[in-house]
Design a protein around this ligand. Structure first.
Ligand SMILES: NC(=O)c1ccc[n+]([C@@H]2O[C@H](COP(=O)([O-])OP(=O)(O)OC[C@H]3O[C@@H](n4cnc5c(N)ncnc54)[C@H](OP(=O)(O)O)[C@@H]3O)[C@@H](O)[C@H]2O)c1
Length: 371
């Protein structure tokens, strides 16, 4: 269950270009009070507003994670553009960043984080940084080396969470994951690992990362209910997170229930329906008439409507943006106290079509999802 504690990021006037410590810290209440009085809302509403903006989740591991994070995967933005976006995102107020070795931009993100620390914008302890091991690095020794490599690229001594990116072991290539997808030249299919490494072996290596202080929390991504059930049966450290595609078109009812029962937090990827990376037949979720109608009625943007749906369901979400206006509007998703109501949620729930935007075909000779 999501808990409400104003994070420091909202206590420092974070929407402005002001280095921390250069002015007297402003309390979250007074910051919000200013905005709220401008919007002529009551003190009571202002407190509710602070709570929603500041939602944090306590993980199985005991660590806390801001529910609204920042995605860093892009098929079109260069590493340096994503690095600059992370720097801007820290300034705007994001404190949770979703990275992965396979995104091939962790070094640029690491430089930006280092700059943020140097300029006093934020302290390491205020950030929640996730990374993920790619499926070519599932062998235990490679999990360890991949995590060390990520830490070196990100300029960090530990990640806040480390995930198994996909429940598949592919042939090991090299630590830089080159090529990203090892392919059999004759069949064109992805080459599965023949090392005999199981998910259990990989999970044992993940647990060692926690033991050795390289990761505060560990988790998985793209795991189904049955894969989670299997993992939970032998895990010494239960996963804190399952990061999955989730939005009104793919609400993942059963998997979310399974995660809730096991106190595994769901982090939703593609929360906006990946508008910059659509394939043939993909709908534009942001332009769905129901989303647009609610946005118009409530004075929100379509992105804010979709992200409020995530918060209403008690999910964490990690929208990606390299556009300053987008990243700002996504973070300040109810800045003026505008919140969708239960009728809107019901209307959004009717969008369910089980449509996957991400890797729905996978196309390399192995299907991940059975639907
Ligand atoms: N675990 C996994 O297997 C997995 C898979 C996929 C993604 N992820 C993670 O989840 C993150 C988010 O998923 P995603 O990037 O695929 O999809 P997404 O966040 O749903 O969509 C990103 C796209 O939305 C645009 N956008 C952002 N805010 C917007 C707004 N307010 N209005 C209009 N357009 C907006 C962005 O363009 P601009 O940059 O121009 O704003 C970008 O093209 C990734 O970056 C990655 O960190 C994980």
């Amino acid at each position: 269950m999501a808990e409400f504690t104003p994070p420091r990021s909202f206590a420092t006037g974070n929407l402005h270009d002001t280095p921390r410590g250069s002015q007297r810290p402003t309390s979250p209440a007074s910051t919000m009070r200013k905005e709220c009085s401008a919007a002529a809302v009551s003190e009571k509403a202002a407190i509710a507003l602070i709570s929603r903006l500041a939602v944090q989740m306590t993980l199985q591991s005991g660590y806390r994670m801001p529910a609204l994070g920042f995605g860093t995967y892009s098929n079109s933005d260069s590493p340096s553009v994503m690095g600059d976006a992370v720097y801007a995102a820290v300034k705007v107020g994001y404190r949770h960043f979703d990275c992965a070795e396979s995104y091939k931009n962790e070094a640029a993100i690491g430089s930006s984080l280092e700059r943020c620390f140097r300029e006093g914008l934020v302290e390491r302890s205020e950030l929640f940084i996730t990374s993920k091991v790619w499926q070519t690095n599932h062998d235990p020794e490679n999990v360890y080396a991949a995590c060390k490599n990520t830490l070196s690229n990100l300029n960090l001594t530990h990640v806040d969470c480390y995930l198994i990116h996909w429940p598949l072991a592919w042939e090991h290539t090299n630590l830089e994951c080159e090529p990203l997808i090892p392919t059999d030249g004759s069949t064109g299919c992805v080459t599965m690992s023949t090392s005999g490494c199981s998910i259990q072996d990989t999970w044992r290596a993940m647990e060692r990362l926690v033991d050795d202080g390289l990761a505060n929390s560990i988790g998985v991504s793209n795991f189904s209910s049955s894969q989670l059930a299997d993992l939970v049966s032998y895990a010494r450290i239960t996963p804190s997170i399952n990061q999955i595609e989730c939005h009104p078109m793919l609400p993942q009812h059963n998997l979310r229930k399974m995660c809730k029962i096991n106190n595994i937090k769901v982090v939703s990827y593609a929360p906006l329906g990946r508008p910059g990376n659509l394939h043939e037949g993909d709908p534009m979720l942001l332009q769905h008439p129901v989303v647009v109608r609610i946005a118009e009625e409530k004075g929100l943007t379509s992105g804010q409507v979709l992200l409020q749906w995530q918060m209403d369901k008690g999910l964490a979400a990690i929208p990606k943006s390299t556009n300053f206006e987008h990243m700002t509007e996504n973070l300040s998703l109810d800045k003026l106290g505008k919140w969708i109501d239960s009728n809107d949620i019901n209307a959004l729930d009717t969008l369910e079509t089980c449509h996957r935007f991400c890797n729905k075909k996978w196309n390399y000779g192995c299907l991940v999802f059975d639907d």
